[in-house]
Design a protein around this ligand. Structure first.
Ligand SMILES: *Cc1c(COP(=O)(O)O)cnc(C)c1O
Length: 802
C-alpha cells in the first residue's frame, strides 16, 4: 500500500484534530509522535487481521519462538520502513517544518532483554514476517525493562527503566486470550472416568493476560505477532477483594527483567517467570489448535505447530506440553512424547557452564509439583531406554535429574528433535566438547545456524546514506535480496564509489561526534580512527584487553611515540551483581578521565564511555565506526552479532578467531580483517595442562609489564582498589580469559590497522569488501535455514493491499 506525502499530511492533521484538538502549530512533539504511531497502526491493522485469518483458513504451520528476552529497540522507524513509508514520511515532515529524527527519538526503547540473546530474538521476529513465514514470539511483558545505566563518579548506577509509563504505542491487550497459570500447592492423582487425573489443592492461580505487538513484514502483506504475557490477579481472587499489596505481589511476577544472562539472583522468582510464560504460551497454542485448527486430533499437532526453545530459560516447555497433552487432553504418554519431540527444537547459546541452567530439586518441586513429577518420569524413561545399550557413565552424565538438580539443557535436548549452535565453531564445540555425549547418542539432532542481523535496521534505518550508495551502484534489489550486495565488490577500484564511502563514514562520524559532545561534553576529532567496542560488559568479552591497549597508547604518546589520532568508544552494561565487570567500568572511566584531561594528549587520543548502551545508541554508534573490536577469548563467544552489524556498516574488524568472527574472515578474506590471538587448540591446551602462567609473561615482557603496572603504580588517579583488582586478576594462574596471553598479538594487530589507516583508499576498499559480504549474515537467510531445516514451514502468501 502506498502513502503519498499529501495523504500523510492530511492524516496527521486529522489525528491531531481528533485526538488532541490541536493544529500543527500548537501540537507538542509528543502529540505528533503519538499521531504518527496511530497512522502507522492504521497502516498495518488490516495486514495483521488478514494474516491471522489466512493462517487459520489455509492451516499454515506456525512457529512460536519462546524467549525470555526480546530486544526490539524502537519500532516506529522499522514499522515505517517495512510499510514502505519511511522516506515519504521523512520528506512530508520536512515540508511541514518538523524534525522527524527528533520526534522519532521520543519513543523509549523496548528493552526487554540484556543483549545479544534478546536482540537475536527481535531480529528473527522481523525476518520471519519479512520472509513470509507464520512465526510468532512468546515472552514476558516486563514492567521495567533493562535498567538505565548511569555513571556516578565513574561507577555504574542502575536506575529503573519504567518504559511503559510513556505508554506503549504498539501493544494490544487481548483480554479474551487470557489463561490461568498454577503455582505451588499439592496434588493427588484420582481416577476420573478411567483416566488418572491430578486433583490440585492449595495452589495459587495467576491470570496471564497477553499483550500482542504486530511484527510487520518488509513490504509484503504479513504481520505476525509478538505475544508478551502480563501477570494479573486471578478472577476468583478478585472476589475476595484483594488489597493493593495482594495485587502487587501477583503483578511483581512480571515486574523486572533479570539483569543478567549468566548468573541469577532471585532464583525462585526467575523460575516462576519462566514457568509463567511457558505455560501461558503453550496453553494459548493448544487452545488455538483445539478451537480453530484440528480439534483434539493431537497427532497432527507437529504438522501445524513448531515451538522453539531459545536458550534454556523456556526448556520446561517440554514438560509443560506433556502435562497439557496427558493431563488436560488425555493423550497417552508415548503418543504425547512423540508429539512433544516433533514439536520442540532448541538453540544453545553458550558453552559456559554457569549459564546452563540447573534448578534445585526442592525448590522446583515446591513451586511446580506436577511438572516436577513429569520431568522425573521423562528422566526415568530416558534412563530406562539407554540401560544396557550404553555405558553407565554416559547415562549418569546425560540424565536430567542428578545431584539434586534439574539440568534444563538436558531436558531441552532429550525433548527436542533439533539442537543447534549459533556459529560453526560453537556448534563444533558443542559436538566435540560440551554436549559430546548427546552428540554420540543423537548425532542427527545437531546442526548449526549461524546468527544473523537484520540489515533493514542496521543499514536501511541506521545508515540511510550507505543504503542510497548501494542503490546508486548496484540497484535497489539488495533491499529485498541481500545476495545482491556481493555486486558491490565490483566497485573495488571505482574511485568515485570509494570516495562516497569515505564521505558517508565521515558524515556519520561528525554526527556521532555531536552526540558524544552532547552526552559527555567530550570533544572528539571526526578525522580520528573511531575504534568501537560495544557489547555487554563481561570478562570473556575482554574490554580489559582494549583497556590495556588504551593505556599502552597513552604511555607511547607521553613518551613521544606517535600514533594516528584515535577515539576509543565503549558502550557496555554490567550486571548489577557482577563485581569484576563493575570494577572494569570504573577503571575504564578513570583512564578516560586521565587521558581526556591531559593537555599533552589533546585530541591524539580520546576515550569515550557512553552510558546506557542499548539498541538506539547502537544505531548511532555503529554507522560511525572505523574499527570493530571483537576480541573475546577464543571459544567463549558463541557467535556475536555486533561484529556483523559493524562490518555491514563498513568497519574493519580486529578479531580473535572466535564465534562468527571466523566466518567473517572466511567471507572477506584474511587481508580484510585484522585477525590475531590464540586459536581454540591453544586455549584448550592451556586449560588442559594448567600451563597458563601470566606472571612469567609479564616478567619477561617489559612493554606488558609497564602497561599492566599502570594499574597499580599511581599512573591512573581515582581507581586504586579497582586497578589493583584488575592487576591481580590478570596475573593469576587461574585467569581463564587469558588476557595477557593475547596482549602482544593484539598490539601487533592494532599496529597493522594503523598502517592501513594511513592509506585512505586501501581502507575504503577493505571497508567496501566488508559491506558487500555482510549479506552472509542477513537474518532473513538465517531464518530461511531455520524454516526449512528445523521448523519445516511453508510461505504464507498474502496480497499487500490496504
Ligand atoms: C547487537 C547487540 C548486542 C550484542 O552484541 P555482541 O557484541 O554480539 O555481544 C548487545 N546489545 C545491543 C543493544 C545490541 O544491539
Amino acid at each position: 500500500m502506498t502513502l503519498t506525502k499529501e495523504e500523510f499530511k492530511k492524516r496527521l492533521k486529522e489525528k491531531l484534530d481528533r485526538h488532541f484538538e490541536e493544529n500543527l502549530s500548537q501540537a507538542s512533539d509528543e502529540d505528533i509522535f503519538a499521531c504518527i504511531c496511530s497512522i502507522v497502526r492504521d497502516g498495518y491493522s488490516s495486514k495483521w487481521r488478514r494474516t491471522r485469518i489466512a493462517e487459520t483458513t489455509n492451516q499454515h504451520k506456525q512457529t512460536y519462538y519462546f524467549s525470555i528476552e526480546f530486544l526490539p529497540g524502537t519500532l516506529l522507524k522499522s514499522n515505517l520502513l517495512n510499510l514502505g513509508w519511511l522516506d515519504t514520511v521523512k520528506e512530508a515532515m520536512k515540508e511541514l517544518g518538523l524534525d522527524f529524527d527528533k520526534i522519532a527519538a521520543i519513543e523509549p526503547d523496548m528493552a526487554l532483554g540484556n543483549g545479544g540473546l534478546g536482540r537475536l530474538a527481535a531480529a528473527f521476529m522481523d525476518s520471519l514476517a519479512s520472509t513470509g513465514y507464520a512465526g510468532n514470539g512468546n515472552g514476558l511483558r516486563y514492567k521495567y525493562g533493562l535498567f538505565k545505566q548511569k555513571f556516578v563518579n565513574g561507577y555504574q548506577k542502575e536506575l529503573p527503566n519504567d518504559w511503559l509509563q510513556q505508554g506503549d504505542y504498539w501493544e494490544v491487550r487481548r483480554e479474551s486470550k487470557s489463561v490461568l497459570v498454577r503455582f505451588g500447592g499439592h496434588y493427588n492423582m484420582v481416577d476420573d472416568h478411567g483416566w488418572m487425573t491430578p486433583q490440585y489443592d492449595g495452589a495459587s492461580i495467576v491470570r496471564a493476560v497477553p499483550y500482542d505487538v504486530a511484527m510487520v513484514g518488509y513490504r509484503n502483506g504479513l504481520a505476525n505477532t509478538l505475544r508478551l504475557w502480563d501477570a494479573e490477579i486471578a478472577p476468583e481472587d478478585e472476589l475476595n477483594y484483594p488489597s493493593i499489596a495482594d495485587r502487587r505481589k501477583v503483578e511483581d511476577l512480571t515486574s523486572i527483567l533479570y539483569p543478567d544472562d549468566s548468573n541469577y539472583d532471585g532464583r525462585l522468582l526467575r523460575l516462576k517467570q519462566e514457568y509463567f510464560f511457558v505455560s501461558a504460551g503453550l496453553q494459548s497454542i493448544v487452545n488455538y489448535f483445539v478451537k480453530d485448527l484440528k480439534g483434539t486430533n493431537f497427532e497432527e499437532f507437529p504438522k501445524y505447530v513448531a515451538v522453539h526453545i531459545n536458550d534454556t530459560h523456556p526448556a520446561m516447555a517440554v514438560a509443560e506440553l506433556m502435562r497439557l497433552l496427558v493431563d488436560e487432553h488425555r493423550v497417552d504418554w508415548d503418543t504425547a512424547w512423540d508429539i512433544t519431540q516433533k514439536t520442540m527444537s532448541y538453540t544453545n547459546h553458550t558453552i559456559m557452564a554457569e549459564a546452563l541452567e540447573k534448578w534445585d530439586v526442592n525448590m522446583f518441586k515446591e513451586l511446580l509439583p506436577r511438572l516436577f513429577d513429569i520431568i522425573t518420569e521423562i528422566d526415568r524413561r530416558y534412563v530406562e531406554s539407554l540401560e544396557g545399550k550404553v555405558d553407565g557413565g554416559m547415562i549418569d552424565r546425560t540424565r536430567i535429574i542428578k545431584d539434586n538438580q534439574i539440568h534444563m539443557a538436558h531436558l531441552a535436548i532429550i525433548g527436542s528433535h533439533s539442537v543447534n549452535g549459533v556459529a560453526a565453531l560453537h556448534t563444533q564445540l558443542l559436538e566435540t566438547e560440551v554436549l559430546h555425549d548427546f552428540y554420540e547418542l543423537y548425532p542427527d539432532r545437531f546442526n548449526n545456524k549461524t546468527n544473523g542481523i537484520t540489515l533493514r535496521r542496521w543499514i536501511q534505518i541506521a545508515n540511510p546514506e550507505l543504503a542510497k550508495l548501494l542503490d546508486k551502484t548496484i540497484g535497489s534489489k539488495w533491499r529485498y535480496d541481500s545476495k545482491e550486495m556481493l555486486k558491490f565488490e565490483e566497485y573495488y577500484h571505482d574511485t568515485a564509489t570509494l570516495s562516497s564511502l569515505t564521505k558517508i563514514k565521515a558524515d556519520n562520524k561528525k554526527k556521532l561526534a555531536k552526540v558524544i559532545k552532547e552526552k559527555t561534553g567530550i570533544v572528539v576529532d571526526p578525522d580520528a580512527i573511531f575504534d568501537v567496542q560495544v557489547k555487554r560488559l563481561h570478562a570473556y568479552k575482554r574490554q580489559t584487553l582494549k583497556l590495556l591497549h588504551v593505556i599502552k597508547l597513552y604511555q607511547d604518546l607521553k613518551a613521544g611515540i606517535s600514533h594516528p589520532k584515535r577515539v576509543v568508544i565503549f558502550g557496555a552494561i554490567a550486571a548489577p551483581s557482577y563485581v569484576f565487570a563493575k570494577q572494569v567500568i570504573k577503571v575504564i572511566n578513570s583512564v578516560a578521565d586521565m587521558v581526556n584531561n591531559d593537555p599533552e594528549i589533546g585530541d591524539k587520543l580520546k576515550v569515550v564511555f557512553l552510558e546506557n548502551y542499548n539498541v538506539s545508541l547502537a544505531e548511532q554508534i555503529i554507522p560511525a565506526a572505523d574499527l570493530s573490536e571483537q576480541i573475546s577469548t577464543t571459544t567463549k563467544e558463541a557467535s556475536g552479532t555486533s561484529n556483523m552489524k559493524l562490518m555491514a556498516n563498513g568497519a574493519l574488524t580486529v578479531a580473535t578467531m572466535d564465534g562468527a568472527n571466523i566466518e567473517i574472515k572466511d567471507a572477506v578474506g584474511s587481508e580484510n580483517i585484522f585477525a590475531f590471538g590464540l586459536d581454540k587448540d591453544e586455549v584448550y591446551k592451556y586449560y588442559a595442562n594448567h600451563s597458563y602462567h601470566p606472571r612469567d609473561m609479564y616478567e619477561k615482557d617489559p612493554v606488558m609489564k609497564k602497561t599492566v603496572d599502570a594499574l597499580i603504580d599511581g599512573t591512573i588517579p581515582g581507581c586504586q582498589s579497582e586497578g589493583r583488582a584488575l592487576y591481580d586478576n590478570f596475573l593469576g594462574d587461574n585467569e581463564q580469559f587469558l588476557v595477557l596471553a593475547d596482549f602482544e598479538a593484539y598490539l601487533h594487530a592494532q599496529d597493522l590497522a594503523e598502517k592501513v589507516w594511513k592509506n585512505k583508499r586501501q581502507w575504503a576498499q577493505k571497508s567496501l569488501v566488508n559491506i558487500a559480504h555482510s549479506e552472509r549474515f542477513d537474518s532473513d537467510k538465517t531464518i530461511e535455514r531455520y524454516a526449512s531445516e528445523i521448523w519445516h514451514l511453508d510461505k504464507v502468501e498474502i496480497e499487500d493491499k490496504a
